[in-house]
Write a protein that binds this ligand. Structure first.
Ligand SMILES: Nc1ncnc2c1ncn2[C@@H]1O[C@H](COP(=O)(O)OP(=O)(O)OP(=O)(O)O)[C@@H](O)[C@H]1O
Ligand SMILES: O=P(O)(O)OC[C@H]1O[C@H](OP(=O)(O)OP(=O)(O)O)[C@H](O)[C@@H]1O
Ligand SMILES: [Mg+2]
Length: 285
Protein backbone atom coordinates (compact mmCIF):
# COMPACT_ATOMS: atom_id res chain seq x y z
CA UNK A 1 0.00 0.00 0.00
CA UNK A 2 1.37 3.43 -0.86
CA UNK A 3 2.33 5.99 1.75
CA UNK A 4 2.03 9.73 1.65
CA UNK A 5 5.41 11.38 2.18
CA UNK A 6 5.24 14.65 4.07
CA UNK A 7 8.16 17.07 4.45
CA UNK A 8 8.41 18.88 7.77
CA UNK A 9 11.09 21.43 8.72
CA UNK A 10 13.95 19.57 10.39
CA UNK A 11 14.50 22.18 13.08
CA UNK A 12 13.30 25.71 13.49
CA UNK A 13 10.08 27.58 14.03
CA UNK A 14 7.82 25.32 11.98
CA UNK A 15 9.01 21.97 13.31
CA UNK A 16 7.18 21.75 16.62
CA UNK A 17 3.81 23.08 15.52
CA UNK A 18 3.84 20.96 12.35
CA UNK A 19 4.36 17.80 14.40
CA UNK A 20 1.76 18.95 16.93
CA UNK A 21 -0.76 19.38 14.13
CA UNK A 22 -0.10 15.85 12.83
CA UNK A 23 -0.38 14.57 16.38
CA UNK A 24 -3.72 16.36 16.84
CA UNK A 25 -4.85 14.62 13.65
CA UNK A 26 -4.34 11.36 15.52
CA UNK A 27 -1.14 10.47 13.66
CA UNK A 28 1.58 8.94 15.86
CA UNK A 29 5.10 9.30 14.59
CA UNK A 30 8.00 7.27 15.90
CA UNK A 31 10.49 10.02 16.46
CA UNK A 32 14.06 9.07 17.16
CA UNK A 33 16.42 11.93 17.98
CA UNK A 34 18.12 13.37 14.89
CA UNK A 35 16.19 11.03 12.63
CA UNK A 36 15.73 12.30 9.08
CA UNK A 37 12.84 10.02 8.26
CA UNK A 38 10.08 8.54 10.38
CA UNK A 39 7.07 6.29 9.81
CA UNK A 40 3.62 7.03 11.16
CA UNK A 41 2.40 4.11 13.24
CA UNK A 42 -1.30 4.38 12.53
CA UNK A 43 -1.59 6.26 9.21
CA UNK A 44 -0.11 5.55 5.74
CA UNK A 45 2.43 8.36 6.07
CA UNK A 46 6.17 8.88 6.17
CA UNK A 47 7.69 12.07 7.59
CA UNK A 48 10.89 13.49 6.10
CA UNK A 49 12.72 16.16 8.09
CA UNK A 50 14.23 18.69 5.70
CA UNK A 51 15.48 22.26 5.41
CA UNK A 52 12.69 24.63 4.36
CA UNK A 53 14.48 26.03 1.37
CA UNK A 54 15.04 22.57 -0.13
CA UNK A 55 11.43 21.43 0.13
CA UNK A 56 9.90 23.04 -3.03
CA UNK A 57 12.40 21.21 -5.28
CA UNK A 58 11.79 17.92 -3.46
CA UNK A 59 8.07 18.37 -4.16
CA UNK A 60 8.69 18.96 -7.86
CA UNK A 61 11.04 15.97 -8.06
CA UNK A 62 8.47 13.73 -6.40
CA UNK A 63 10.79 12.95 -3.47
CA UNK A 64 7.99 14.11 -1.15
CA UNK A 65 4.26 14.43 -1.84
CA UNK A 66 3.18 17.17 0.54
CA UNK A 67 4.87 19.62 2.93
CA UNK A 68 4.28 22.13 5.67
CA UNK A 69 6.05 25.35 4.73
CA UNK A 70 5.98 29.05 5.45
CA UNK A 71 3.99 30.79 2.71
CA UNK A 72 6.99 33.11 2.29
CA UNK A 73 9.17 30.15 1.26
CA UNK A 74 6.48 28.96 -1.13
CA UNK A 75 6.25 32.39 -2.76
CA UNK A 76 10.05 32.64 -3.03
CA UNK A 77 10.89 29.14 -4.22
CA UNK A 78 7.64 27.31 -5.00
CA UNK A 79 5.39 29.77 -6.75
CA UNK A 80 4.24 26.95 -9.04
CA UNK A 81 3.07 24.77 -6.12
CA UNK A 82 -0.47 24.91 -4.73
CA UNK A 83 -1.59 26.02 -1.27
CA UNK A 84 -3.74 23.08 -0.18
CA UNK A 85 -4.66 24.46 3.25
CA UNK A 86 -3.71 27.48 5.35
CA UNK A 87 -2.64 26.31 8.78
CA UNK A 88 -2.83 29.48 10.89
CA UNK A 89 0.50 29.28 12.74
CA UNK A 90 3.91 30.98 12.22
CA UNK A 91 2.20 34.17 11.17
CA UNK A 92 4.54 36.93 10.02
CA UNK A 93 4.95 39.60 7.36
CA UNK A 94 7.51 40.04 4.61
CA UNK A 95 8.33 43.73 4.64
CA UNK A 96 10.63 46.46 3.38
CA UNK A 97 12.53 48.29 6.10
CA UNK A 98 14.88 51.29 5.96
CA UNK A 99 16.96 53.12 8.60
CA UNK A 100 14.74 54.89 11.13
CA UNK A 101 15.88 58.37 10.08
CA UNK A 102 15.70 57.75 6.30
CA UNK A 103 12.99 59.50 4.33
CA UNK A 104 10.57 57.07 2.68
CA UNK A 105 7.41 57.94 0.82
CA UNK A 106 7.18 55.25 -1.82
CA UNK A 107 9.12 52.49 -3.49
CA UNK A 108 10.54 55.08 -5.92
CA UNK A 109 12.75 56.26 -3.05
CA UNK A 110 14.66 52.98 -3.42
CA UNK A 111 15.72 53.68 -7.01
CA UNK A 112 19.44 53.00 -7.33
CA UNK A 113 19.61 51.88 -3.68
CA UNK A 114 20.84 48.44 -2.60
CA UNK A 115 18.36 46.10 -0.93
CA UNK A 116 19.61 43.21 1.20
CA UNK A 117 17.34 40.16 1.38
CA UNK A 118 17.09 36.37 1.47
CA UNK A 119 14.06 36.63 -0.84
CA UNK A 120 15.39 37.83 -4.22
CA UNK A 121 12.57 36.38 -6.38
CA UNK A 122 9.91 37.83 -4.13
CA UNK A 123 11.56 41.26 -4.18
CA UNK A 124 12.13 41.23 -7.94
CA UNK A 125 8.51 40.31 -8.62
CA UNK A 126 7.20 42.97 -6.25
CA UNK A 127 9.34 45.68 -7.80
CA UNK A 128 8.47 44.59 -11.36
CA UNK A 129 4.77 44.77 -10.52
CA UNK A 130 5.35 48.38 -9.44
CA UNK A 131 7.30 49.14 -12.61
CA UNK A 132 10.59 49.42 -10.73
CA UNK A 133 13.83 47.45 -10.80
CA UNK A 134 15.44 46.28 -7.56
CA UNK A 135 19.17 46.30 -6.90
CA UNK A 136 19.41 43.20 -4.72
CA UNK A 137 22.17 41.92 -2.52
CA UNK A 138 21.38 38.37 -1.36
CA UNK A 139 22.29 37.39 2.19
CA UNK A 140 21.05 34.32 4.00
CA UNK A 141 20.76 35.42 7.62
CA UNK A 142 20.97 38.44 9.94
CA UNK A 143 19.62 40.56 7.11
CA UNK A 144 18.67 43.36 9.50
CA UNK A 145 22.33 44.15 10.15
CA UNK A 146 22.99 45.03 6.49
CA UNK A 147 22.12 48.77 6.57
CA UNK A 148 24.19 49.29 9.73
CA UNK A 149 27.34 47.86 8.20
CA UNK A 150 26.96 49.74 4.94
CA UNK A 151 25.98 46.69 2.90
CA UNK A 152 22.65 48.07 1.76
CA UNK A 153 20.26 50.96 2.18
CA UNK A 154 17.10 48.90 2.71
CA UNK A 155 16.17 45.31 3.54
CA UNK A 156 13.30 42.93 2.78
CA UNK A 157 12.82 40.34 5.51
CA UNK A 158 10.40 38.70 7.89
CA UNK A 159 8.80 40.89 10.53
CA UNK A 160 6.81 39.52 13.40
CA UNK A 161 6.95 41.51 16.65
CA UNK A 162 9.19 44.13 15.00
CA UNK A 163 11.78 43.85 17.76
CA UNK A 164 14.60 42.81 15.41
CA UNK A 165 13.92 45.92 13.29
CA UNK A 166 13.77 48.08 16.43
CA UNK A 167 17.06 46.72 17.77
CA UNK A 168 18.75 47.50 14.46
CA UNK A 169 17.34 51.03 14.18
CA UNK A 170 15.15 50.20 11.20
CA UNK A 171 11.52 51.00 10.43
CA UNK A 172 9.01 48.96 8.43
CA UNK A 173 7.84 51.02 5.45
CA UNK A 174 5.97 48.57 3.21
CA UNK A 175 4.41 45.12 3.69
CA UNK A 176 4.84 42.89 0.62
CA UNK A 177 2.49 40.22 1.99
CA UNK A 178 1.37 38.41 5.13
CA UNK A 179 2.51 34.84 5.61
CA UNK A 180 1.50 31.82 7.66
CA UNK A 181 2.32 28.12 7.63
CA UNK A 182 0.59 26.32 4.75
CA UNK A 183 0.16 22.77 3.53
CA UNK A 184 1.44 22.46 -0.03
CA UNK A 185 1.73 19.50 -2.37
CA UNK A 186 3.59 18.16 -5.39
CA UNK A 187 2.15 19.37 -8.72
CA UNK A 188 0.60 15.96 -9.30
CA UNK A 189 -0.34 13.11 -6.99
CA UNK A 190 -1.35 9.55 -7.84
CA UNK A 191 -4.94 8.64 -7.12
CA UNK A 192 -4.12 6.59 -4.04
CA UNK A 193 -1.90 9.34 -2.60
CA UNK A 194 -4.61 11.92 -3.26
CA UNK A 195 -7.02 9.67 -1.33
CA UNK A 196 -4.66 9.63 1.68
CA UNK A 197 -4.25 13.41 1.41
CA UNK A 198 -8.04 13.84 1.42
CA UNK A 199 -8.24 11.79 4.59
CA UNK A 200 -5.52 13.90 6.20
CA UNK A 201 -7.21 17.13 5.07
CA UNK A 202 -10.51 16.07 6.60
CA UNK A 203 -8.72 15.63 9.94
CA UNK A 204 -6.70 18.86 9.62
CA UNK A 205 -9.82 20.90 8.90
CA UNK A 206 -11.56 19.42 11.95
CA UNK A 207 -8.56 20.29 14.15
CA UNK A 208 -8.17 23.83 12.72
CA UNK A 209 -11.88 24.63 13.03
CA UNK A 210 -11.88 23.36 16.61
CA UNK A 211 -8.88 25.56 17.42
CA UNK A 212 -10.69 28.61 16.06
CA UNK A 213 -13.87 27.99 18.01
CA UNK A 214 -15.10 27.88 21.61
CA UNK A 215 -17.99 26.00 23.15
CA UNK A 216 -20.18 28.31 25.24
CA UNK A 217 -22.70 27.25 27.91
CA UNK A 218 -24.81 29.74 29.83
CA UNK A 219 -28.00 30.22 31.78
CA UNK A 220 -30.59 32.60 30.41
CA UNK A 221 -33.92 33.91 31.72
CA UNK A 222 -36.62 32.67 29.33
CA UNK A 223 -37.90 36.18 28.56
CA UNK A 224 -34.43 37.07 27.17
CA UNK A 225 -33.92 33.83 25.23
CA UNK A 226 -34.69 35.24 21.77
CA UNK A 227 -32.08 37.98 22.04
CA UNK A 228 -29.45 35.65 23.56
CA UNK A 229 -30.04 32.96 20.92
CA UNK A 230 -29.63 35.58 18.17
CA UNK A 231 -26.17 36.44 19.59
CA UNK A 232 -25.12 32.77 19.37
CA UNK A 233 -25.83 31.42 15.88
CA UNK A 234 -23.87 28.20 16.56
CA UNK A 235 -23.22 25.48 13.97
CA UNK A 236 -26.89 25.06 13.06
CA UNK A 237 -28.61 26.83 15.95
CA UNK A 238 -27.93 26.82 19.70
CA UNK A 239 -29.21 24.04 21.93
CA UNK A 240 -31.76 25.31 24.47
CA UNK A 241 -32.61 23.08 27.45
CA UNK A 242 -34.89 23.91 30.40
CA UNK A 243 -33.18 24.40 33.78
CA UNK A 244 -34.63 22.79 36.91
CA UNK A 245 -35.41 26.31 38.09
CA UNK A 246 -38.63 27.61 36.53
CA UNK A 247 -38.25 30.46 34.01
CA UNK A 248 -34.62 29.70 33.09
CA UNK A 249 -32.91 27.81 30.28
CA UNK A 250 -29.43 26.53 29.55
CA UNK A 251 -28.08 27.61 26.16
CA UNK A 252 -25.19 25.78 24.45
CA UNK A 253 -23.44 27.00 21.34
CA UNK A 254 -20.19 27.40 19.39
CA UNK A 255 -18.57 30.77 18.71
CA UNK A 256 -15.52 31.98 16.83
CA UNK A 257 -12.67 32.45 19.32
CA UNK A 258 -11.93 35.92 17.93
CA UNK A 259 -15.49 37.13 18.60
CA UNK A 260 -15.64 35.72 22.03
CA UNK A 261 -14.97 38.69 24.36
CA UNK A 262 -17.34 40.92 22.40
CA UNK A 263 -20.08 38.29 22.40
CA UNK A 264 -19.62 37.57 26.13
CA UNK A 265 -20.11 41.28 26.94
CA UNK A 266 -23.31 41.36 24.94
CA UNK A 267 -24.58 38.12 26.48
CA UNK A 268 -24.04 39.52 29.98
CA UNK A 269 -25.70 42.78 29.07
CA UNK A 270 -28.72 40.75 27.96
CA UNK A 271 -29.09 38.83 31.20
CA UNK A 272 -26.97 35.70 30.64
CA UNK A 273 -25.46 34.17 33.80
CA UNK A 274 -23.01 31.39 34.64
CA UNK A 275 -21.23 31.62 31.30
CA UNK A 276 -18.74 28.81 30.67
CA UNK A 277 -16.32 28.91 27.71
CA UNK A 278 -14.60 25.61 26.84
CA UNK A 279 -12.00 24.63 24.23
CA UNK A 280 -13.05 22.41 21.33
CA UNK A 281 -10.68 19.66 20.30
CA UNK A 282 -12.16 18.81 16.91
CA UNK A 283 -15.06 20.07 14.89
CA UNK A 284 -16.70 18.40 11.88
CA UNK A 285 -19.39 20.39 10.14
N1 LIG B 1 9.88 35.84 13.81
C1 LIG B 1 9.01 35.04 13.23
N2 LIG B 1 7.74 34.96 13.70
C2 LIG B 1 6.84 34.15 13.12
N3 LIG B 1 7.10 33.35 12.07
C3 LIG B 1 8.34 33.38 11.59
C4 LIG B 1 9.36 34.22 12.13
N4 LIG B 1 10.50 34.01 11.45
C5 LIG B 1 10.20 33.09 10.51
N5 LIG B 1 8.91 32.71 10.58
C6 LIG B 1 8.21 31.71 9.74
O1 LIG B 1 8.73 30.44 10.08
C7 LIG B 1 9.38 29.84 8.95
C8 LIG B 1 10.61 29.10 9.42
O2 LIG B 1 11.54 30.00 9.96
P1 LIG B 1 12.96 29.49 10.46
O3 LIG B 1 13.72 30.68 10.85
O4 LIG B 1 12.78 28.42 11.48
O5 LIG B 1 13.54 28.76 9.19
P2 LIG B 1 14.58 29.15 8.08
O6 LIG B 1 15.83 29.56 8.74
O7 LIG B 1 13.92 30.13 7.16
O8 LIG B 1 14.69 27.77 7.27
P3 LIG B 1 15.61 26.44 7.34
O9 LIG B 1 14.68 25.28 7.57
O10 LIG B 1 16.20 26.39 5.97
O11 LIG B 1 16.60 26.62 8.45
C9 LIG B 1 9.65 31.01 8.00
O12 LIG B 1 9.68 30.56 6.67
C10 LIG B 1 8.48 31.91 8.26
O13 LIG B 1 7.34 31.46 7.55
O1 LIG C 1 9.96 40.86 14.20
P1 LIG C 1 10.64 39.84 15.06
O2 LIG C 1 9.70 39.25 16.08
O3 LIG C 1 11.88 40.36 15.68
O4 LIG C 1 11.01 38.59 14.14
C1 LIG C 1 11.70 38.77 12.92
C2 LIG C 1 12.97 38.00 12.89
O5 LIG C 1 12.71 36.61 13.08
C3 LIG C 1 13.37 35.87 12.07
O6 LIG C 1 14.68 35.57 12.43
P2 LIG C 1 15.07 34.22 13.22
O7 LIG C 1 14.84 34.42 14.68
O8 LIG C 1 14.36 33.07 12.60
O9 LIG C 1 16.61 34.12 12.98
P3 LIG C 1 17.39 33.72 11.62
O10 LIG C 1 17.89 35.02 11.09
O11 LIG C 1 18.47 32.82 12.11
O12 LIG C 1 16.43 33.01 10.72
C4 LIG C 1 13.40 36.83 10.89
O13 LIG C 1 14.40 36.49 9.97
C5 LIG C 1 13.62 38.18 11.53
O14 LIG C 1 14.98 38.45 11.69
MG1 LIG D 1 14.70 32.36 10.50
Amino acid sequence: MSKLKIAVQKSGRLNEESLELLNNCGISIDNGKDQLKAEARNFPMEVLYLRNGDIPQYLRDGVVDIAILGENTLIEKGNDLPIVERLGFSKCKVSIAVPKNAEYNSIEDLRGKKIATSYPNTVNQYFEKKGEKADIHVINGSVEIAPNIGLSHAIVDIVSSGSTLFKNNLKEVEVLFKSEAVLTSAPELTEDKQAILNKLLFRMKAVLKGKNSKYVLLNAPNDKLDKIVSLLPGMKSPTVLPLAQEGWSSVHSVINKNDFWEVIDELKANGAEGILVCPIEKMVL
